[in-house]
Design a protein around this ligand. Structure first.
Ligand code: GGG
Length: 333
């Protein structure tokens, strides 16, 4: 795991305690290896992702990551490319107990994770700055498949979000997605320019099921989506490749927040996505069951409203919230 910066170490520690406890409960064990990365490591040793950390991550089954601060490009954007974690899966839904202008919102952003402007090929000078926008057939095809498979397992509605009327490179992304769409006739497909998608998300978010989009639009729409369901504090995410997964909250490191005031939900739901993925890839029912317990525990604590963190309108600390999740799971198991 990468504990990260700001509130990261605390919310990751609380999540690890819960995972360890879940392992005892369900009869599995996990070995946690810490890989240092982020702003504080950059300060200490001069690099945000030391080679030793990359070695530890590569030797693991999965990575649970906390938020990092200003070194996102050198840590998470780099890891996505280095480990070829091409699918960024970001679910957003209304949880009872979390205030939102909406109810019944339930959609997933499927974000291409290795290309676009986030390829980090840039030339920045005193008087000019140029960034390379990369779109390939291979990159678009594999993320489109992930999106259509997900739509097939959900409500069979997929929206391709791009901006090909202005940036012609996105026409390749759009066209390849449409070609993949032809192989999924049961999925209802539409397309939107990203500006219109940003607007439609605000006025009619329940109309969306799966949003399939290039890297940068996916990053930006994710924060908007989090606002629609009430707070970015409840948004977990997965970065998936063909044989490795890295799981993290969508939010940043909140460097000025007291870690005991932090909302650990997004980190817990990232861990839940990790357990789900490990359960599926290792064909281990205990892990899948543990994932369901985390989701149910969090859902109950949010709905009941007695142990909410301050951002959710409550007075509970991060530790009290996680303790309550554990009590809820105990009462279910
Ligand atoms: N605004 C939420 C936030 O700070 N997220 C962390 C971040 O920027 N990650 C980089 C990325 O997801 O591409």
């Amino acid at each position: 795991m990468i504990k990260g910066d700001g509130i990261g170490p605390h919310i990751v520690d609380k999540t690890l305690e819960l995972l360890q406890w879940l392992g005892d409960l369900k009869g599995f064990s996990m070995e946690f290896v810490e890989a240092q990365a982020g702003d504080s490591v950059l300060k200490e040793v001069g690099t945000a992702l030391p080679a030793e950390s990359l070695r530890k991550i590569s030797a693991s089954d999965a990575c649970l990551k906390g938020p990092v601060g200003e070194t996102a490009r050198d840590v998470i954007v780099y890891l996505r490319q280095k480990l070829d974690l091409y699918a960024n899966i970001r679910p957003f839904k209304n949880y009872p107990g979390v205030k939102s202008k909406w109810s019944g919102v339930d959609f997933v952003i499927v974000r291409e994770n290795t290309e676009d402007l986030y390829r980090s090929v840039e030339d920045v000078g005193e008087d000019h700055a140029v960034a390379l926008l990369v779109v390939t057939r291979k990159g678009s095809e594999r993320i489109a498949k992930v999106g259509f498979e997900m739509a097939t397992a959900r409500r069979r509605k997929l929206t391709i979000v791009h901006k090909s009327n202005v940036v012609k490179s996105y026409l390749l992304f759009r066209n390849v997605c449409m070609q993949v769409a032809a192989k999924y006739p049961s999925v209802d497909v539409d397309e939107m320019y990203v500006d219109n998608a940003a607007y439609q998300l605000i006025i009619n978010p329940t109309a969306f099921d799966v949003i399939l989009t290039p890297n940068m639009f996916g990053d930006i729409l994710s924060d908007e989506a989090a606002g629609i369901v009430g707070t970015i504090g409840i948004a977990g995410s997965a970065n998936i490749g063909d044989s490795f997964g890295l799981f993290e909250p969508v939010h940043g490191s909140a460097p000025t927040l007291n870690p005991e005031q932090a909302n650990p939900t997004a980190q817990l739901l990232a861990a839940k996505m990790m357990l789900e993925w490990l359960g599926r890839t290792k064909k281990d029912r205990r892990l899948s069951e543990a994932a369901a317990l985390v989701e149910n525990g969090v859902t109950q604590v949010l709905a009941e409203g007695r142990f909410l963190t301050p951002d959710l309108g409550g007075k509970a600390s991060c530790s009290e919230y996680v303790d309550e999740v554990r009590r809820k799971i105990s009462s279910m198991a």
